[in-house]
Design a protein. Sequence first.
Length: 632
Amino acid sequence: MKSKRCSSEELRGMIMDKKKTKNTKTSTVKASTKSTAAVKVSEAKIDKKETKNTKDTVKPSVNAATTEKVSEEKTEKKEVKNFSEFTYVPFKEEQGADYVLKMVNIHKSFNNGTIKANVGMNLYVKKNSIHAIIGENGAGKSTLMSILFGMYEQDIGEIWIKNEKIKFKSSKDATIYKIGMVHQHFKLVDNYTVWENIVLGSEKTFKGFIDRMKSKKIISELIQKYGFNINVNDKVKNLTVGQQQKVEILKVLYRESEIMIFDEPTAVLSDSEIVAFLDILKKFKEDGKTIIIISHKLHEIKEIADEATIIRKGKYIDHIKVKDTSVEKMAELMVGRKIVPSVNDLPLDKKEVVLEVKDLDLSHLTLFDDEKIQEQVVKVKNMALKTINKNINIENVTAKNNSKVSFKVHSGEIYAIAGVEGNGQSKLVEQIAGLRKANPNSIFFMGKDISNSNINKRIQLGISHVPEDRHKFGLDLEQTVRYNIVNNQISKKPFSNIGFLVDYEIVEYAQKTIEKYDVRGSANGVALAKSLSGGNQQKVIIGRELEKHHKLIILTQPTRGLDVGAIQYIHNQIIEEKKKGNAVLLISYELDEILALADTISVMSKNRIIEENDRKIMNREHIGQLLAGESL
């Protein structure tokens, strides 16, 4: 086998399908398991001759189909469009309807026309209505809204606001036309206060200086009007996710937006926060505002929306009246087929204990924990130490509340933990996965004490983990999709051989995972992870963790941000894990998900398990009673 060394820059941008791979000489790269740089070199360099003849190479610059995190910068080159094969179907306007917004025959492509994000899209929104945009992960929903908000220019098509034809060059243009957008991934400055984030870019001035008094007064009035529990002087980094979202909403209100766009607004909210958010949307409608909401949660759409536009793979499918359309029909229109819910009806035969958690202390966390203990029992704020002894050291201060957890997960068992978010589930999972320190002799895997084992050791033993926070623990957003799929297996065969990376094995494995889990917008693996939609980012993580060798898979909110079709597929894969004899630890705040998949269900509240039982006993009513009793 002939090998050569290549830099990561030389390797970046490669696209190679399976057929070409077999005919391409093996190119290998010197590996270093101690350095992240070795992992980054996961794209192979195509031979010069092949590169010259390849016309469909895609740069990993931006994801076309979904732009959850979209750049404010415009593409430098005008893309080459080729929509000639598409037959446009015009929208039939409702007679007498007052449309405040019309987006007509919108086309948008990226990377010289190789990726078509929107093809013949129509969006007609009535004044003072709540209009939903429904589509699969990667369908082009966020791209369409980014065009409306001036972050992209359409290649073809027209935009009409109040019967005026316009074309936005920037988000500032959209703001002038009273359009505001709350992005799925918040665009806030952590170290700034609430009011500073809100006025940023739209500062009100007096004699050349920012008029703080006036700005704070306006913001405080908005906070009071809509019942937001926020202080204008609080730092954003100290706020909960729900409060940060309210800051984003206040940014839109402060700019007096009349058309308000919400991109997956409930994806990261708890059940109680979702209820409060939907009530806020109703208030906005009462105030005469027009709401556009992107969401995968069809039950929420059914509750809140007046009309909806269905899109699939970037194309306009239908415009529906929500009250006349069932959730099942919306799901079918969205994915193009009937959705049959996955149910675990397989018998449970408890054999080998794979994971045992024994008196795991969830309060065993220092006040100097890496997350600053946002959920600490004891909160120390503005504390002043006044003492004669100036040499006081505060070390390893712990907040104890006797919260200890014990349970076992067997091979071939789906063990689910139910409960309201924020009751210790995150701490539990992070300690089992090695992200937080655990007390000694508290976590056993295949009979071996791993309480003090690091993350890499746990991976080597056969523990896979889909984290709750995909950005913090699941992905390297600045690296390619391919890199993220193989990064924690890079030193193993077949990806590494006697200290060298085997390029074609990496490429082929990553491509199979991309195809199997339908990761859209990945450009054959060379697109950056940050360019994918939240749902497709989640598919990358799930595919990586399920496809590698493991005996235990820990899944925390595995289907958060996924469309109904993707949820069905992931649920089927979880049931397959049971068939293979693997142990599954499922933590979900979606009770329907737990009831459909679990063999054994435990209910968690206030950092402890209050009951564990068979799924036949732990039905919806019983779980509800347990949680209601805990809240008394």
